[in-house]
Design a protein around this ligand. Sequence first.
Ligand code: MN3
Length: 240
Amino acid sequence: MTARRRALIAGLPALMAAAALRPARAQAPAPGGPHTLPPLPYAAGANEPHIDAQTMEIHHGRHHQAYVTGLNNALRDHGQLAALPLPELLARLDQVPEAVRTAVRNNGGGHANHSMFWPIMGGRGGTPSGELAQAIDRDLGGMDKMRTDFNAAGVGRFGSGWVFVTVTRDGRLAITSRPNQDTPLMDGGRALLGNDVWEHAYYLKYQNRRPDYLAAWWNVIDWDRVAERYAAAKAGTLGV
Ligand code: MN3
């Protein structure tokens, strides 16, 4: 056994204890492994006409499932890491053995991002209210500017990746994007919401027209779910 691996194993009980001491999450639970595919919280056609049912079925049932399977496979021989809740695992990628670190990053990130993604859709768009609306006005210049800047970040992400609105524990918002399946969780942060700009998210309906997909996506946001995520972030209970 290498010194690095001994150090990793020695440090794990503290990580596990810290995870166990956290209060039960009010929503967006993040149980440890083995990781499982969360069901779509609505029918595959619920986001029509903006996102077609076939894209939803393939995206959820095949792409997301592949990340879950890949993550469990990567963690198969690393039982203590496999038991960590996903946010804790992704915030400590530097402690994951190098042999499986890239697989955990890509598949764990993919599992986290998509687990956030499905529940914030299935809505009717529109605008949020209350505290969340005030935070958008204060930190992102209002709804119109938020959408414009968010869509620009999504268009500007070369290749595959995600665009996010991040939220801090004190409720501050910011727009950012990440390549591949990277997530703000990897920096110990949290995503309030995010959109997937991999071609698999939109190609069947929009082909190469990523800007059209980004613009249409706001029509399916469920702002009640996003407001729940905002409250959970401020309470320190937001999982993925
Ligand atoms: Mn995807």
